[in-house]
Design a protein around this ligand. Structure first.
Ligand code: MEV
Length: 332
């Protein structure tokens, strides 16, 4: 039989958490935005045999789906996405590439999952080329090709659980929806209006910090002193609420002090690090209006509120202070 299937490619952005990391795991609100300067990309390529091969070139791994260990995140995502699409996983190679540094709080794992699910959705929508509905789906946005955005987010969430046990769901949500989100665990997703765009510099400490470890350390600390940690989480939740209101009314000036206040609480929670503090200090000394860690902490990325006039000076200061790289993203 002629194989009518076409290779399909899809991508997904990275993300940063502006406010509320860690507390969001405990039901407080957090704000996250997509970062389009980095992305993960998946290509599903048909093959003549029945095998499914995973080609993760960035980590120099090429392996067969059936040989993958049960907790392999990519294999799990492929199996669950195919189950959701009602198809058997067979006869393709999944090529995965990513420019999102791993374990730096930029959502690399969730972005890889979302990109693969999108590419598979498109791939299976091309299978029966005699079917006009499939053709129509194929031509729609990737999220519509057999899977809704909610489906894709839910599939990525299942894999996030393999990465770190008790994820809040914020990473897969902001990456699948590709828009700023005000996220509260187990609540319907809320987007919000950015009344005045603002610039965020994202500076990599160069230190890889797996989310799983930071999140489980915080859980242990919370278990040993619930009253103190609940109070800190409440304060962080209040900061995230205030930040949303400031963003909605275009009060960018209010955001810097809120970032600093959030960073002070993250320090108390125990997820800052000398590298993070060095970059936070450098950004503030060079004129940033606020700075904090973003993501799980202990390493990963620092974010700083900059403007057109001072962004270059701040970028330079961050590099001089040891940042492995700096990107500037516009939140709008
Ligand atoms: C990770 O990007 C953010 C954390 O709050 C964990 C989570 O929300 O699942 C640290």
């Amino acid at each position: 039989m002629k194989d009518d299937r076409l290779a399909t490619t899809a991508s997904a952005p990275g993300k940063i958490i502006l406010f509320g990391e860690h507390a969001v795991v405990y039901g407080r609100p957090a704000i996250a935005v997509p970062v389009f300067q980095v992305h993960a990309e998946a290509t599903i390529e048909p093959r003549a045999d029945e095998r499914v091969e995973i080609d993760a070139a960035d980590i120099a791994r090429r392996y067969e789906l059936r040989a993958a260990p049960p907790d392999d995140p990519i294999a799990t995502l492929i199996e669950r996405t195919c189950a959701q699409l009602g198809v058997a996983p067979r006869g393709f190679t999944a090529h995965i590439r990513s420019t999102i540094p791993v374990a730096r709080g930029l959502g690399s794992g969730a972005a890889v999952s979302v990109a693969i699910a999108r590419a598979l959705g498109k791939f299976f929508a091309t299978e029966d080329t005699g079917n006009t509905e499939n053709k129509r789906l194929r031509d729609l946005a990737p999220s519509a090709a057999g899977l809704s955005i909610g489906d894709i987010s839910a599939l990525a969430y299942e894999v996030e659980k393999l990465h770190h046990g008790t994820p809040s769901g914020i990473d897969n949500t902001v990456i699948a929806y590709e828009q700023p989100v005000y996220f509260v665990r187990d609540q319907p997703i809320e987007s919000f209006r950015v009344a005045r765009p603002f610039l965020i510099a994202i500076a990599d400490t160069g230190v890889a910090s797996p989310t799983k470890i930071a999140v489980s350390d915080v859980r242990r600390a919370w278990e040993s002193d619930r009253a103190r940690y609940e109070a800190l989480f409440d304060q962080i939740g209040a900061i995230a609420r205030d930040a949303r209101a400031a963003i909605e009314r275009g009060d960018v000036d209010a955001l810097g002090p809120l970032m600093n206040a959030n960073q002070a609480r993250l320090r108390e929670i125990g997820v800052s690090s000398p590298e993070i503090e060095t970059l936070v200090d450098a950004a503030l000394r060079a004129g940033a209006r606020g700075a904090k860690l973003s993501g799980a902490g202990r390493g990963g990325n620092v974010i700083a509120l900059v403007d057109e006039a001072n962004r270059e000076a701040i970028e330079r200061a961050l590099i001089e202070a040891g940042a492995a790289r700096v990107i500037v993203t516009r939140v709008e």
